[in-house]
Design a protein around this ligand. Structure first.
Ligand code: NAI
Ligand code: MG
Length: 360
């Protein structure tokens, strides 16, 4: 077939971001080597906390404009909490890109690869296979609020959650469509018993959108009950749709039931493709293990799988997931210590590359 070329912007960022990103690139390089009709090229951007310390900004002033031309953005992690406050690193790079590029969907697969990774008693691989659709551009993280009488004993702060009909509809519809392609089952996370404006509205949109998908079986759980059910009966869930905050918290919980944050991948999608989408692991810069060579590269490599899915390369995406699964089942000692293995970041990837070569 004709040659397909993909140009990705790569932002390794801080800490172990710089250690796991090169591993993901090794996987892409191998895929390019093994197939005759696909080519990946990259441009690196040195943005992050070190950049901030030098230039007073997390990214270039016209950074978004520079990123616009790419097919996708691969991001490692940001955060250098000893030197730069987390709300700056997070807001000025990650959230800036998510909001500037209208990446209003955050997609988070929670898939158990091997029983031995699951901390829940008696759960099998098939019991944990869900995907979260998290609202990613507004909700509780809209950044709107204020401080009144700052510093006084009468100090008051407000942090406002924003739910627009347009965005909520888009996110919920996206989740219904995804459910259509999977098990035709969709769970909505709510808290409309206490959040009498935002979550009552969320439920209303969820039910309105559902009228166009009569064949999808739906459930609605309050976020507190949901966190309980995810631990007791993860097999109840397939596609789950949640607001920004609820999705953030529940997907961290989800990462534990799939074997830890070292496996957790995320995609920040602009489904209309007006702007590039961004692919990043769920974990942060992990200052506690930085430089030790033991960061688990699987989450970052899994984000490449999500990128390939989004770029229409489903077969290569499946090849990566199949190979990661083999690593977790047959090659357990080649996992990093966080997953009970004895390998280094590099060693895990070495093994995975061999598996990919055999699988192609
Ligand atoms: P973290 O995810 O960096 O680390 C939490 C724990 O998980 C640590 O014990 C770490 O060693 C371990 N861990 C994380 N990723 C791992 C991997 N790939 N392999 C093995 N172990 C891994 O979260 P933490 O410590 O709360 O935050 C550290 C910095 O990262 C902060 O500045 C925070 O703001 C930032 N952060 C950035 C995120 C992002 O870039 N999307 C997400 C979460 C935190
Ligand atoms: Mg989080």
């Amino acid at each position: 077939g004709a040659m397909v070329r993909f140009l990705s912007a790569v932002i390794p960022g801080d800490g172990i971001g710089k250690e796991v990103v090169p591993q993901a690139i090794r996987v892409l390089d191998l895929l390019e080597e093994l197939s005759d009709d696909i080519e990946f090229s990259y441009r690196y951007f040195p943005w992050g906390s070190q950049y901030y310390i030098k230039h007073g900004r997390m990214m270039d002033e016209n950074g978004l404009r520079k990123l616009e031309e790419f097919d996708a953005i691969l991001l490692g992690a940001v955060g250098l909490p000893s030197l730069v406050p987390d709300h700056i690193t997070l807001r000025e790079l990650l959230i800036h890109i998510r909001q500037g590029f209208d990446q209003y969907i955050n997609l988070r697969p929670i898939v158990l690869l091997d029983e031995r990774d699951c901390p829940l008693k008696g759960k099998k691989v098939n019991d944990v296979d869900m995907i979260f659709v998290r609202e990613n551009s507004e909700g509780e993280y809209s950044g709107i609020g204020g401080v009144f009488r700052e510093g006084s004993s009468e100090e008051i702060v407000l942090q406002t959650a924003v739910f627009s009909r347009r965005k909520t509809q888009k996110v919920v519809n996206y989740a219904y469509q995804l459910a259509q392609k999977r098990k035709k089952q969709l769970t909505s996370v709510t808290k409309s018993n206490a959040l009498n404006y935002s979550m009552v509205f969320w439920d209303k949109i969820f039910n309105e959108c559902g009228e166009s998908f009569p064949n999808i079986k739906t459930d609605q759980y309050h976020v507190d009950a949901m966190s309980m059910h995810m631990l007791r009966s993860p097999e109840l869930f397939d596609v789950v749709v949640a607001s920004n905050l609820f999705g953030d918290i529940l997907t961290d919980l989800g990462s534990v039931i799939q074997g830890g944050i070292g496996y957790a991948a995320a995609a920040n999608l602009n489904p209309e493709r007006t702007y590039p989408s961004m692919f990043e692991p769920v974990h942060g810069s992990a200052p506690d293990i930085e430089g030790k060579g033991i960061a688990n590269p699987v989450a970052m490599i899994w984000t490449v799988k999500l990128m390939l899915d989004f770029l229409g390369q489903g077969e290569l995406a499946q090849l990566i997931l199949k190979s990661i699964r083999q690593l977790a089942t047959e090659g357990r000692k080649f996992l990093t210590p966080d997953c009970g293995g004895e390998a280094t970041t590099q060693g895990t990837t070495d093994y995975l590359l061999q598996v990919i070569r055999k699988n192609i």
